[in-house]
Design a protein around this ligand. Structure first.
Ligand SMILES: [Zn+2]
Length: 478
């Protein structure tokens, strides 16, 4: 080492050490703040768990979160991107701008009590089978812990909480992206309830959501059937073609549909039929290929049956763009927090659910999974967080809120998300997000590293949302 290099190394040593001490002090303060506010955050999550409102109907859930943020000093803009249940809460000025995402929509038909055996809270009602009650409350808890530190002068910049509706259907974030709400964001933080704790390095599936519609000609099914052309027949040909295609797609492809209309009574030749279809694969390019094939199938089905066929794309998601630099930072903060401890009562609650659903009764996974440096093809499932990840660097985390291996989008997740297992995951996720945010505010080098990886990965990519032109499909008031 030359003399000049030695001096340079010494000159670096002091600020780096000072920075580390500073960072650690602020992290200790934000985790203490989350602990202090934990009862309020748990109560907020439990309220949203009880409301269990579905996509674009999350009126009380969105208001509960927005009111909570506003009452604690954040400025809130409600009804953004033409969605009454979308909002942005913010605090501070200037850069960096750190956006923390929250969701709060439930799933229809899976109402469940917070107990380890199947029993609806309200028969037929919706339930939080994806843990979004925890997602919203934890992310807001993290944003408020950062807000306090900006107010105290310990951090400089802006923190925002994005209240993003309708993740389970429609994709609220796609409309918020189109409205330009993420244009100036430096970095996005998000987490998702899960059955393990991990800084995510894997992607998610890209998908397209469309309706294949067929118009035929009605006639008496016995008196003059030759005058009729059955739209139900066309729907059958379309789904038959789709099912035959399963042999000729990649193993990563997922195709699922429901027939949402195919006539009313057998003695009238159906003049209308519709098939609601989702196609998924590991990238949007592959999904585009599948979509082109589906268009041919619709045209072929119409031709074969003498009907008219149309394919109407409703929504879809790109695949997640994971950043290794971001996952490393999250992983460091998870390691700093240590594993999540569940007590024997919680472990037994989980094992009862596992026995009831026929999966191995191994309880809850509170340990931190190692960083997966070679994640391979994404697991099944898509999210509109992925679309955000193409607009701004997005750091994504999974935190245990449900028993290992138990069915997702189902009653076990609703049950665990309404009691202490979910509450522990909530507080843990809030701390992981807030401490990671502290690094982003105080260590410009880490932020620059993440931004550089993002720029490199997105070079040449032209993000294009799958949603059609026009306003989001907000349902009319009930
Ligand atoms: Zn979800």
């Amino acid at each position: 080492m030359s003399r000049s290099l030695k001096i340079a190394a010494l000159a670096w040593a002091l600020p780096v050490a000072a920075l580390a001490a500073d960072v650690e002090a602020v992290k200790t303060t934000v985790t203490a703040s989350i602990d202090a506010r934990r009862p309020e955050l748990v109560a907020l999550s439990d309220r949203i768990w009880e409301y269990a409102e579905t996509a674009l109907r999350e009126t009380r859930s969105a208001a509960a979160l927005a009111d909570f943020a506003e009452a604690r000093g954040m400025s809130v803009v409600r009804g953004v991107a033409e969605m009454p249940t979308a909002f942005v809460a913010s605090y501070g000025t200037g850069r960096p701008i750190v956006a923390i995402l929250g969701e709060y929509d439930a799933l229809p038909g899976i109402s469940q009590k917070a107990q380890p055996s199947l029993e609806p809270l309200t028969p037929g009602a919706a339930g939080h089978g994806c843990g979004h009650n925890l997602f919203g409350a934890a992310s807001l808890g993290a944003a408020l812990a950062i807000q306090e530190q900006i107010a105290a002068g310990a951090l400089e910049g802006t923190v925002r909480f994005y209240g993003t509706p309708a993740e389970e259907a429609v994709g609220g974030k796609l409309y918020m992206l189109r409205a330009g709400l993420f244009d100036d964001v430096d970095v996005v933080l998000a987490w998702h309830p899960s059955d393990e704790i991990v800084a995510d390095t894997g992607s998610s599936q890209a998908m397209v959501d469309f309706v294949a519609e067929f118009e035929g000609r009605a006639a008496h099914a016995a008196y003059d059937p030759w005058n009729g052309r059955s739209a139900a027949d066309a729907a059958e040909v379309f789904t038959f073609a789709l099912n035959l295609a399963r042999e000729h797609v990649r193993p990563t492809t997922r195709m699922h549909y429901v027939v949402t209309g195919a006539g009313e009574v057998p003695n009238v030749v159906p003049d209308h039929a519709s098939v609601w279809t989702w196609l998924r694969d590991s990238s949007h390019e592959r999904v585009d290929e599948l979509l082109a094939r589906a268009r041919d199938m619709v045209a072929g089905a119409a031709l074969a049956t003498g009907t008219r066929g149309t394919l109407r794309v409703q929504s879809g998601d790109w695949e997640m763009l994971p950043l290794l630099s971001g996952a490393r930072l999250l992983h460091e903060n998870l390691t700093r927090l240590g594993p999540l401890a569940f007590d024997e009562e919680e472990q037994e609650f989980a094992r009862q659910i596992q026995r009831a659903t026929g999966v191995e009764p191994v309880g809850l996974a509170g340990e931190i999974q190692p960083l997966d440096l070679e994640p391979g093809e994404p697991e099944g499932g898509s999210t509109d967080v992925a679309d955000v990840s193409w607009k701004a660097p997005t750091l994504h985390l999974s935190v245990t809120t449900a028993p290992a291996g138990a069915p997702w989008h189902a009653w076990p997740v609703v049950a665990s998300g309404g009691m202490s297992i979910g509450h522990k995951g909530l507080a843990y996720a809030a701390k992981a997000l807030a401490t990671t945010a502290v690094d982003l505010y105080l260590d410009p080098a880490r932020l620059a590293e993440i931004r550089a990886e993002f720029e490199e990965r997105t070079a040449g990519a032209q993000y294009r949302a799958y949603i059609p032109e026009g306003p989001p499909p907000v349902p009319a008031g009930d």
